[in-house]
Write a protein that binds this ligand. Structure first.
Ligand code: SF4
Ligand code: SF4
Length: 178
């Protein structure tokens, strides 16, 4: 398995293959013979070695450009990690324009790249937000996550390589269940 990890190449290829990945989304979202569970098992088996092979500490592209959603628990954890008050974390790091009353999504980080990025590493790694822990999440419900994943394909080498591998196998999946 040859993985593409150069960020410029990933961005270029993802743009070039946009229509192809959109067809993949269409194939999976409109295939009633393949269950969500079956797709997730297949995708997990494809994604696991790719996630293991790509070193995020040599990339950090998501920390430079993504809007990270934060919940109450994340704010408390960041306060612990930085030895600041919860209020100062909210004031200093959460974008006031994104504030909501939902305790699970109270807003997003104010700054890009993320304030907590140090070189290519997270300075609050042990206490990083849940959204950062999960990214890039492929399952459960891969077929329905494809909508946002197509947007991330040009920014995240893991996503691009997983879509590339799924794309190469989807016809076989469909044939074996028809
Ligand atoms: S908190 Fe850490 S993992 Fe999350 S975006 Fe910032 S630097 Fe990246
Ligand atoms: S999750 Fe993707 S974008 Fe983020 S550091 Fe890893 S490979 Fe790079």
């Amino acid at each position: 398995m040859t993985l593409i990890i150069d960020l410029e190449t990933v961005a270029h290829l993802a743009e070039q293959r946009k229509d192809e990945f959109d067809v993949l989304r269409y194939q999976l979202q409109y295939d009633d013979d393949l269950s969500d569970e079956k797709i997730d098992v297949l995708v997990d088996s494809i994604a696991a070695p790719i996630v293991a092979a790509i070193d995020c500490t040599q990339c950090a592209n998501c920390c430079r450009g993504l809007s990270v959603q934060l919940g109450d628990d994340d704010i408390v954890n960041l306060a612990t990690a930085t030895e600041k008050s919860v209020e100062s974390i909210k004031t200093d790091f959460v974008d006031a324009e994104t504030y909501s009353d939902d305790p699970d999504i109270i807003g997003t980080f104010k700054h890009k790249p993320c304030t907590f990025l140090s070189g290519k590493r997270c300075s609050v790694y042990a206490q990083r937000p849940e959204a950062c822990r999960l990214y890039p999440q492929f399952t459960p419900d891969f077929r329905w996550m494809l909508n946002w994943m197509l947007e991330g394909a040009g920014k995240c080498p893991i996503i691009y390589n997983v879509l590339d591998a799924v794309s190469a196998q989807v016809d076989d999946w469909q044939r074996s269940h028809s």
